[in-house]
Design a protein around this ligand. Structure first.
Ligand SMILES: [Zn+2]
Length: 54
């Protein structure tokens, strides 16, 4: 089952959306985006918390 993460789920006004089958990929790409675009460090737990099963 794939999971999807969106910045707006975290209350950030940003069109970023990522959908993948891999939790590792989900976490690493989302962390890279958050760091580069929003200068934020997000923990794996926080990413999995806002991730939706799709
Ligand atoms: Zn974003």
């Amino acid at each position: 089952m794939a999971k999807q993460v969106e910045c707006k789920e975290a209350g950030i006004d940003c069109p970023f959306m990522l959908r993948t089958e891999s939790d590792d990929e989900l976490v690493s790409f989302t962390q890279q985006h958050a760091k580069k675009t929003h200068k934020k460090d997000i923990s794996k737990a926080d990413i999995l918390k806002i991730a939706k099963k799709v």
